[in-house]
Design a protein around this ligand. Sequence first.
Ligand SMILES: *Cc1c(COP(=O)(O)O)cnc(C)c1O
Length: 393
Amino acid sequence: MTKDLKPRTRAVHAGSRRSQYGEVSEAIFLTQGFVYDTAEQAEARFIEAGPDEFIYARYGNPTVAMFEERIAALEGAEDAFATASGMAAVSGALTAMLKAGDHVVSARALFGSCLYVLEEILTRYGVEVTFVDGADIAQWRAAIRDDTTAVFFESLSNPTLQVVDIEAVSALAHAKGAKVLVDNVFATPVWSRAFEQGADVVIYSATKHIDGQGRALGGVILGSRDFIRKTVEPYMKHTGGSMSPFTAWVMLKGLETLDLRVRAQTANATALAQALQGHPKLVEVIFPGLETHAQHALVKRQMGQGGTVLSIDLKGGKNAAFAFLNSIEVGVISNNLGDAKTILTHPATTTHQRLPQEQKDALGITDGLVRISVGIEDQDDLVADFLQALEGV
Ligand SMILES: *Cc1c(COP(=O)(O)O)cnc(C)c1O
């Protein structure tokens, strides 16, 4: 596609490959392998496969290629590799580029599985990892060394919605020759300008907003063509974390409506945060889009909008949080996010249950904290329901 089309146009059309039938909706090429016309053709393809030549679905598949091309066009990346889950993307991107003796600096406020990969797995293979408070630039400056290979962080942390300054951390990392890997799930491809701001590699769990309807697990690693094809692809295709064609089709169709959904979710999240702010049953409402958020200026500069997730801290601790959750009618208790349905989570007893108390304290995961991934329901219904649920606490 021509380069100057806007993201919303690219999200609908980019990457389309039509078969001889000229289908409107992209085909699912549910095939693991591909037939060669001749033995010579097979030989040639194993020497070097062209962009529309496939060998085996673990290496690539037409439906998967459509998804990769579309998300790369949307994000403004040279290339992308689709993976079986968000964690296959996070662990794949890191493991593909690191070796024993390398040094990584990471924010400590991470999705639990990301923390496990950095703290438990990479270190087992001789990678040194230093953790910092992601919002504190002085800590990044002190931790990034001449021999640092990579920095890793979630641009917006889960569930306390701390923002990491992509531009500032990238400048520090690049000055030492380190690559910047950003897990950008909470920012979403709609509000992200991570590459412009200095990221070298951007990672999404497609399970979240890209599917957005809770159907499939998936992930994607975006970056330069060199990094994706020479570092990521050889690692992923030989270790088995590739995305399935069916999943790619779900995600491809998800991309077509991603912008509409994320804008509607963001508008709902903003309205809900405003309606709940200052409520007598709450210690606080945490939403990056509120002017009271500690890093609001950075949020404006980096994302423009507050995103689709807010957290509220109830005054009565766990009992109050549970009473609130149990009386919500518009929304479900679960642990995914980015869905069209509003999803409520009590991190302290579910997603972050295994963290020791002092780490929960350090991350601000209190017993009263409820994370709310806001869906696309009617705004008035959401606000009325949340107020009635708080009333009953
Ligand atoms: C969900 C999530 C992941 C993992 O994605 P899966 O698709 O569940 O494997 C990684 N990072 C963040 C920030 C997430 O929210």
